[in-house]
Design a binder for this molecule. Sequence first.
Ligand SMILES: [Fe+2]
Length: 474
Amino acid sequence: MASILDHLFDSAFFDQSIDYLAETLDLAITVLDSEGLSVASRQAKGGDTLASRTYPFSFPSDIGSIVCAAPNQDLLDQAEPHILYCLASLNSQLLRETELQETTEEMLQLSSQLNFLFKVAKKIIGIDDLKKCYQIILDEISQTIKADQGFIHTKGRWDEEIRVTHRMTDEEVNSTRNSICLKQKAAGSTIICTREDGASLLYSPIKEKDGQSGQMVFHRAFSASEKQLVAIIENIISPTFETLRLYDSLQDLYLNTVKALAAAIDAKDEYTHGHSFRVAKYAMTIGGQLGLGNQQINDLEIAGYMHDLGKIGISELILGKPGKLTHEEFCLIQKHPVFTDKILQPIKLPVHILEGATQHHERMDGTGYPNGLAGANISLFGRIIAVADVFDALTSKRPYREALPVEAALRTLCDGIDSLFDREMILAFISALRSELSKEALADINMGLRYDDIQNLNQFLIELKEFALDANRG
Ligand SMILES: [Fe+2]
């Protein structure tokens, strides 16, 4: 049953119109709903009303009509222009109110979508693990639509399958995915269906530009009219997933480009082959020991790859010169952090990455280059990469000497505590190397590392730490 009264926010004009037709024109008025039942009526002042005419309201669906009755057909004919005028006014009010209602609904929906997106965006900013992002999205949707269980099954960065669940075991996910109702109905659109055990499921496909990339299923007693929930899911989630996946692969692309650049620089000098890669890994090891977050460690990796980028502007003949460098040659080599800065400036990298890449030759006592920065004026990334860079230089073969064993390189670093290197960074490196996996981890970074006495490395590191902590040096 539908009636004009369901569609009028303001019924005053409607009441005035039928009052006017009844009182001024002396008509009996009955307003009917779509099933012919009276929803409003006015009596005529006098006499029988033997003649009547029905005027339906103009609306996309049947919302009833207005029946006007008069003592005879002539009186109805005379009243008809007034009746049609009132009807036209009511129809235009209906149209205006319907448009207003649709706009309000659209705005409410948009606002709830924006709210939802804002909440999710706030939570996933800075999270670089795609699966964790999916988990947050799933939990947020479940909370928004008050689902007691749910899962998302979709693609990861390289199209591998990713599944995240909300209060659902793997067996429950599998039995839901295999349930007849989903298999029969699940297609390219959102549906609500009932599982064999009576559970109500909300299924929504995750669509990307090149087709369907996954599915989301939620469990709760959903009613067929819960279309607003469906709208949130359909309109927001698929583009969000696509953007997240694209962003994730772009980050990889960026990192791979940086790695390729680093490899190109390392290749300029046979003695520094793999240097940037190893410095990045050593720097990450120190950062991990210092308790830096995932994002910062990723940034350290990039800074490590980039730290000698400026060497691209220096001749291979100087970089690989076996003998002593002339003063001019040494001055030119000292400029490579400045060249790095010039190359990276236009990319608008986060400032800590730029600082890490350009300050790794600064020294704690201010004797470094290119700016002679000292102590805490050298950025954290600069102080970390300085240690990583020197450790790799010492443990790698040079035209004028063999690679030093790990122990000798660490001792040399410790000799430079406070004067050249930050004590905290060296202690962090020593502590990281003491961990169970240190030997394997180091071997992964540089297979050619030599040791004086690998069997007793841990004992050596304990003693070295005490030496590094020596109060006389503080
Ligand atoms: Fe360098």
